[in-house]
Design a protein around this ligand. Structure first.
Ligand code: EPU
Length: 422
């Protein structure tokens, strides 16, 4: 494991342009989807981040040949020999590895994988996936360290998600594409990465209706593989976009976020505007500056298009700089407020109300400290806190940040941040 850390000297205003990379949570789904194809699949705008490298390792390990065909572009090709075991020491490092299980099962009739983890919040249940596969005719065996799933034939079924799950929706959608008969997924997730994936699969011969709504219908091809007719372009990362907008609202002196899709962030933008933040935007850019007075507002995280949980920790950092009190209510995940003690050590005044809610008293001035990233989003929130704090901070365990953000320090340096990787 690498032991790199960020050394950050806070207090500088940030100014200039910052470019958004392709979405982690889109790239991590199209890579596994390449198993559903008889042709090579070209993928453009892939972010160069650790979770993507791990997914590529998993694909290679089960027999894919993966070729670089340009900057941030890959071509993935599967031959006849396809393995069904997801390599334990790689798959258990990130939760999204489970998405690969769906296409492997659909293509080879079986799949074995370890319990997926990654970080504190990555170790969550996978019962929804298992329920879906069982309903489609698979048998599930749990072994000491993971799962063995087998299905000679997956059959389309009418399946209702008991909880909304993004990767659950994508994984079952990918499982159903080659299945026999019609699958209906109800109470499906609406995140923009889902219709983007479905649109590409449809152009390649799949029959998916309703992706981006809560009911998705898939007519299975009955085993016939898809044919890619054009390259898949990974959509802009909406979480990264939101991070930089929040950062701009804290210490921006006109930060322009480019190569993004503001339509995927209307809830955050409406929230920032209500706090007094001035925002300008075009089709693929947004610019933002710190307002004279930043007001406070409560948030409650929700599935898309609600306030996204992945921006909850950065928003809490923003609220430490706002005038007034705010309640942060995390409804999607357990344990995703575990970073507040560290912010308090930096000088924030955040009080837990219960396991899912905290009260932030602002504004407070933050001081540099040594802090350790618990997961990638809270890790980035620590970087933000360090950028506004007086003095030097050291952010440790930055592998977590590298999992989702490409060369974040270089991009922040370009807008004036004093941050070094050592
Ligand atoms: N859940 C279950 N059983 C399951 C699956 C989920 O109980 O079988 C619960 C989870 O414990 C959680 C809730 O359902 O409380 C929602 O989890 P969901 O399944 O939607 O999360 P996910 O699909 O695993 C994706 C993103 C997350 C993002 C969430 C919410 C990927 C690879 N991950 O996770 O991204 O926070 O949706 O939008 O797409 C991140 O990028 O940092 C990240 C965590």
């Amino acid at each position: 494991m690498e032991m790199a850390e960020f050394v950050i000297n806070g207090g500088r205003k940030l100014k200039g342009e910052i470019k958004i990379m392709g979405a982690k949570n889109s790239a991590l789904k199209i890579l596994p989807a390449s198993l559903l194809f008889s042709t090579p699949v070209k993928i453009k705008n892939i972010p160069l981040i650790e979770d993507v490298f791990r997914m590529r390792d998993l694909l290679t390990d089960i027999g894919a040949s993966v070729k670089e065909i340009g900057e941030r572009s890959l071509e993935v090709r599967f031959g006849r020999e396809i393995g069904s075991n997801l390599k334990k020491d790689i798959a258990e490092r990130f939760r999204a590895s489970i998405v690969l299980a769906g296409p492997v099962l659909a293509r080879t009739g079986r799949v074995s994988f370890p319990f997926p983890g990654g970080c504190v919040i990555g170790k969550r249940p996978i019962d929804i996936f298992l329920d879906g596969w069982k309903k489609m005719g698979a048998t599930v065996r749990e072994s000491g360290s993971g799962f063995d799933i087998a299905a000679k034939r997956l059959s389309g079924k009418d399946f209702t998600f008991k909880n909304i799950s993004v990767t659950g929706t994508e994984t079952l959608m990918l499982s159903a594409v080659l299945a026999h008969g019609k699958t209906i997924l109800r109470n499906a997730a609406l995140e923009p990465e889902i219709p983007s994936l479905a649109e590409f699969l449809n152009k390649s011969g799949a029959k998916i209706k309703g992706a981006g709504t809560s009911t998705i219908e898939i007519i299975g091809t009955g085993g016939k593989l898809l044919k890619a007719r054009r390259a898949f372009e990974v959509i802009p990362d909406r979480i990264e976009t939101g991070d930089f907008l929040i950062l701009g609202a804290i210490i921006g002196d006109n930060i322009k976020v480019t190569d993004c899709n503001p339509e995927h962030l209307t809830t955050l933008i409406a929230m920032l505007e209500s706090l007094g933040v001035k925002i300008k935007m075009g089709k693929n850019w947004v610019s933002v500056s710190r307002p004279k007075i930043l007001s406070s507002s409560d948030i409650k995280t929700k599935e898309y298009p609600g306030f996204v949980t992945d921006l909850q920790a950065p928003y809490t950092v923003l609220m430490t700089q706002a005038h007034g009190e705010s309640i942060i209510f995390e409804t999607v995940f357990d344990g995703r407020l575990n970073y507040i003690d560290d912010l308090n050590r930096m000088g924030a005044k955040i009080t837990p109300l219960d396991t899912h809610r905290v009260l932030v008293h602002g504004p407070t001035s933050l001081r540099g400290r040594e802090i350790e990233s618990p997961d990638l989003r809270a890790g980035l929130a620590f970087v933000m806190a360090a950028l506004i704090a007086k003095g030097e901070s050291i952010v440790k365990n930055i592998y977590q940040i590298d999992r989702g953000y490409e060369k974040i320090e270089e991009r922040l340096q370009k807008i004036g941040a004093d941050i070094k990787r050592i």
